[in-house]
Design a protein. Sequence first.
Length: 221
Amino acid sequence: MPDVALTRSQVAALVDHTLLKPEATTDDVGALIAEARSLGVLAICVSPSMLPVRAAGLVTAAVVGFPSGKHHSLVKGAEARLAVDQGAQEIDMVIDIGAAVAGDFNAVLADVLTVREAIGDGPVLKVILETAALTDHAIVESCRAAERAGANFVKTSTGFHPAGGASVDAVRLMAQTVGGRIGVKASGGIRTAQAAIDMIDAGATRLGLSGTRAVLDGLPD
Ligand SMILES: O=C[C@H](O)COP(=O)(O)O
């Protein structure tokens, strides 16, 4: 994808403004919503216990099986169902990263399918692979499994794994694998406007940011 001179509003339209810190309070989420509105972003992304929220005009996303992914699939499904019942329009679930590391991509597919079946076809389902902890082969096969299971996006990272967050190489590989059939969300450690542009140039169609204002302030109006 050619390097394009994206404007502040064009990038903002791709952003899930995110607050997933364990210490986050309902007041913090209220401030997140106000800032999201002021920044003109697409969505907010919060922990499921913070729902329901009053975020009219914004898309509300909630994480599931976060951040380890080591929850039973049925627990992830129930968590996702409850989040949707409490107003989430998008679900960002974490796969069982160990299954991907072990090459058990049928288990990855079953995990994602369980959540998809729990929420139905309406909500957007994004699947967090934790790409910094995976080989290129595991990234490719996990993308394929997620797509087969009905994911709407594949997503790089939780932002909480010691292996790191999003990389341009991982985003490019994910984008090549899904071929535009589903979205690619880059998240985890994206701190500057240039980093955001690089991810978009590599094929990211959504950005998960906690430091959204700093990223957008680096872009032309
Ligand atoms: O999308 C979810 C991530 O937690 C955002 O990562 P970040 O806090 O490094 O921007």
